[in-house]
Design a protein around this ligand. Structure first.
Ligand SMILES: O=C(CO)[C@@H](O)[C@H](O)COP(=O)(O)O
Length: 234
């Protein structure tokens, strides 16, 4: 069990007309990471935001910007996001012709590198690249939209990846974040953490729960509160 947990609001569910303010508000509310969903209407059936938006929000926070690329092909857009201020860039293995090369490209551009697993993507893609990973993202919904229901089978995959990461670290490997994205709520975050995740993306659960004071403090505190007993037990 890890003692470090990170809350990563997905700005896909934020008010895009006030995006800079929304980024500042969730970080002020106690979140750790800004999760930035990039969809191309090709790899996934939706279209969202690109490097210019990343560049626009970069000055609004010192928190890491965690870019989740749901695009195909991947490589051409990596340097653009690095230049726009991304800290972490992750992509789907099915969307890259050369996974090892794309991971190197991300790190060579000064960012941390992540690989993303859809609900039906097999874990063998991890087999030869653990040394090149800083983050593994498990999708607990099919990618493309916020507000979907958590797919329970993801817990099995999280537990499997947790074992792989722990074995890797025990052999002297670098730390790797284990992030989960899709349908994460106050009522399931503890079970997700118990399965082995340490980083939790939440879109509708956070941006749909602005408190009476106009802030996101209560919902971020409620998510963290669910994790507190695990942190003490670690
Ligand atoms: O990448 C995606 C969806 O493709 C996610 O980041 C969603 O934006 C999460 O939204 P919620 O399920 O938390 O509402």
């Amino acid at each position: 069990m890890t003692s470090t947990f990170r809350i990563a609001p997905s700005i896909l569910s934020a008010d895009f007309a006030r995006l800079g303010e929304e980024v500042e508000n969730v970080i002020a509310a106690g979140a750790d990471v800004i999760h930035f969903d990039v969809m191309d209407n090709h790899y996934v059936p939706n279209l969202t935001i690109g490097p210019v938006v990343c560049e626009a929000i970069r000055p609004r926070t010192k928190a890491p910007i965690d870019v989740h690329l749901m695009v195909k092909p991947v490589d051409a857009i990596v340097p653009m996001f690095a230049k726009a201020g991304a800290d972490i860039i992750s992509f789907h293995p099915e969307a890259s012709e050369h996974i090892d090369r794309t991971l190197s490209l991300i790190r060579d551009n000064g960012c941390k590198a992540g690989l993303v697993f859809n609900p039906a993507t097999p874990l063998h893609y991890l087999d030869h690249v653990m040394d090149k990973l800083d983050l593994i993202l498990v999708m607990s919904v099919n990618p493309g939209f916020g507000g979907q229901k958590f797919i329970g089978e993801a817990l099995v995959k999280i537990a499997d990846i947790r074992q792989r990461i722990d074995r890797h670290v025990a052999r002297g490997g670098q730390p790797i974040w284990l992030e989960v994205d899709g349908g994460v709520k106050v009522d399931n975050i503890r079970a997700i953490a118990e399965a082995g995740a340490d980083t939790f993306v939440a879109g509708s659960a956070i941006f749909g729960a602005r408190g009476a004071d106009g802030s996101y403090r209560d919902v971020v505190a409620a998510l963290r509160g669910q994790l507190e007993p695990l942190r003490r037990a670690a």
